[in-house]
Design a protein around this ligand. Structure first.
Ligand code: WT7
Length: 638
């Protein structure tokens, strides 16, 4: 089966920026600026940090005395909310639109920076009144509504860390993340709209709280209005809390002064074991990194209307819907529902209606819209667009060309940004002035030294596949894994320990022009529709079913999703394979983990290929399914 989503287009065309793009670009030249940023990394980042407001300046830009636990802007005092909201209130931006939100049913709400501040301050006062304070972790499980953004900013404002759990995750995933964060307060909604149906978040929350003894209070936003269970003394409607005098306080709430290295949030992401990793990001370095990358890569201007069409519940949304853009004083767009609901014109209609100037989305969304044909975007005036962006997985050349030609009408360069939950922001990315090659994320961002190496750490030859490593620290890097620093070291910093490099978990090629081509994950992590899932999470959901003794999950190429999940199951004695059981198991995974994890199929088998130490060799299953050579099986048990 040819892998259509693999960008193999090596020496293909190069797309050069137009004169207009060069004229308006914030950064007009890459190479010289890059060279300077590497020669004086700390100087470069100090210059960027100086664009923010600090309560107290830092003593030291980078403290690398305890690698890999790097510290940035040590001694500095800052709060990301001071930069994302408070400082704008002192300028004309007070009355600028901070964000436009459209619900799936078509309802619209807009907020100026002034209005955003009132909402966030009220929410922050409510959290404070519930005893939330610096050092606590608040779990947020929400649909894509404005209150999700308010809740995140409210936590940050009072110095609590937030842990946002994507609203598409289900009971087990939510309960597990609440337990790891030990949250006392949970913020949710009665539900959200998705394809005209209610996504019943509160029902999932009730079940998850039953498994989560730490939760004392649950704040519920009314969104869909359908009837939900509210437990007295535990569950509170946000609109009721907002009428309390404490919430009002004239819409004011002091922003907590934080150390640059204080945690801003925890975001859980899938790794190679079943237990998700809670990556910790900070107030200082993350503020600097997200705002700098957003400003230079997307060339952000005050006139822009920025739409990052991700869910705020993932890192893309944290960094480039909420924090980076608000720090840059941008107007952001947020949409609640499905791109093709009720018709495949939905996004293009919104681009026209709101005059969106920059659209940032994923290859899977582009492929999904592409299959409906060119007439949908062509029917709308999308001439406001000036830049496009892509993230989440390699973009295949067909999707790239459609995005470029049909959506951007050959006018808008595509910023294919490679990064991860762990990196906080863009790591390998073009700038608007960078010549583009479809399918390549192009070149490292300022300050970053990147390489493609073999297992020993030697750089591979141009065009050869190897492991992607980052050789130098950057301010947006995750500082640790929540309550598991050892796992942080083991996962990212142990393979090239001697050299002190960060291993991304991706394989890549670097071509003769120095351009990077990401191939994909080399660990037991799958990218399904751009979502990151661990094979272990799917497998543990399967074995939690009474009929399953052992299970294995692999990803196989899929035209729309990039990868699709295929599973292999050994049944316990007394159970027999049937189409009904297969269906039940697929639904079971969907219920436990979330709809995005629902396997394409379940194959019942008598045994699984394992190493002598008992590890499942997913590589062998995958090669067999693709009809490829299974390769070296010397460690195979039988
Ligand atoms: C993994 C990280 C970073 C926000 C979204 C995903 C893959 C990400 C690209 C890209 C090729 C990409 C990598 C990476 N990935 N962007 N532009 N080209 N692959 O964050 O969920 O932490 O996933 O996504 O495999 O390791 P994430």
């Amino acid at each position: 089966m040819p892998d259509k989503n693999r960008a193999a287009d090596f020496d293909g065309e190069v797309f050069l920026p137009s004169d207009d793009i060069i004229k308006s670009a914030n950064i007009k030249e890459y190479s010289e600026n890059y060279r300077r940023s590497i020669e004086d990394r700390e100087g470069f980042w100090a210059e960027q940090a100086a664009q923010l407001e600090w309560y107290q300046p830092w003593d030291k830009v980078l403290d690398d005395s305890n690698k890999p636990f790097y510290k940035w802007f040590v001694g500095g005092k800052i709060n990301i909310v001071h930069n994302a909201i408070d400082r704008h209130l002192k300028t004309w931006r007070r009355n600028k639109l901070a964000f436009i939100w459209e619900g799936e049913p078509g309802d619209v709400r807009t907020f100026s920076y002034h209005a955003l501040n009132r909402e966030v301050s009220q929410f922050a006062n409510i959290l404070r009144s519930m005893g939330v304070k610096k050092g606590d972790v608040v779990t947020i499980y929400m649909p894509q509504v404005p209150e999700l953004v308010f809740a995140m900013l409210a936590c940050a404002k009072i110095g609590a860390a937030h842990s946002v759990v994507y609203g598409g995750f289900s009971v087990e995933a939510l309960a597990e993340r609440i337990a790891d964060a030990k949250s006392r307060v949970l913020v949710t909604a009665d539900g959200g709209w998705r394809r005209g149906k209610v996504n019943d978040l509160k029902g999932i929350v009730d079940e998850a709280i039953r498994r989560s003894p730490t939760i004392e209070s649950c704040i519920v936003t009314r969104r869909t209005g359908h009837e939900v269970y509210m437990e007295s003394g535990r569950d509170f409607w946000l609109h009721d809390l907002k009428t309390l005098p404490i919430a009002c306080s004239n819409g004011n709430c002091d922003t907590e002064q934080m150390d640059a290295e204080d945690p801003l949030f925890i975001l859980y992401t899938s790794g190679t074991t079943g237990k998700p990793k809670g990556l910790v990001h900070t107030h200082g370095g993350y503020s600097v990194y997200t705002s700098t990358t957003h400003r230079y890569v997307f060339d952000i201007k005050d006139e822009d209307r920025w739409w990052c069409a991700a869910d705020p519940g993932w890192i893309t949304g944290h960094s480039y819907i909420v924090y980076g853009p608000l720090i840059n004083g941008a107007t952001i767009m947020l949409y609640e529902g499905a791109p093709n609901y009720p018709y495949p014109n939905r996004w293009w209609k919104m681009v026209e209606k709101y005059g969106i100037t920059i659209l940032y989305t994923s290859p899977t969304a582009i492929r999904g819209l592409m299959r409906f044909g060119d007439e949908w975007p062509r029917r709308y005036d999308t001439s406001s667009l000036r830049l496009l962006g892509s993230v989440g997985e390699p973009i295949n050349p067909e999707a790239w060309r459609w995005y470029y030609e049909v959506v951007g009408q050959k006018r808008c360069p595509i910023m294919d940004t490679w990064w991860q939950t762990e990196t906080g922001g863009f790591m390998i990315t073009p700038l608007p002035v960078t010549p583009l090659k479809p399918g390549s994320a192009t070149l490292p961002f300022f300050g970053n030294e990147v390489a493609v190496v073999d297992d020993k750490g030697h750089e591979v030859k141009p065009g050869e596949e190897g492991k992607l490593v980052i050789k130098s620290p950057w301010p947006g890097m995750a500082r640790t894994i929540h309550r598991d620093p050892k796992r942080f070291v083991d996962t990212y910093w142990s393979q090239y320990k001697k050299q002190g490099w960060y291993t991304a978990g991706d394989s890549a090629r670097r071509d003769k022009d120095g351009y990077y081509w990401i191939i994909g994950r080399i660990d037991d992590v799958l990218k399904v529709s751009g979502y990151r899932l661990g094979t272990a999470e799917i497998e543990s959901a399967l074995v939690s079913h009474p009929s399953v003794s052992e299970a294995a999950a692999i990803g196989l190429p899929h035209e729309l999703k990039g990868n699709a999940i295929h599973t292999f199951v050994i049944l316990k004695s007394g159970f027999s394979a049937s189409p009904q059981l297969s269906e039940e198991l697929r639904n079971h995974v969907s219920r436990e983990v979330g709809a995005i994890a629902k396997p394409e199929d379940v194959t019942f088998v008598d045994s699984l290929p394992k190493t002598r130490s008992g590890k499942i060799m997913r590589r062998v299953l995958k090669a067999k399914a693709l009809g490829e050579d299974v390769g070296d099986t010397s460690t195979l048990e039988e």
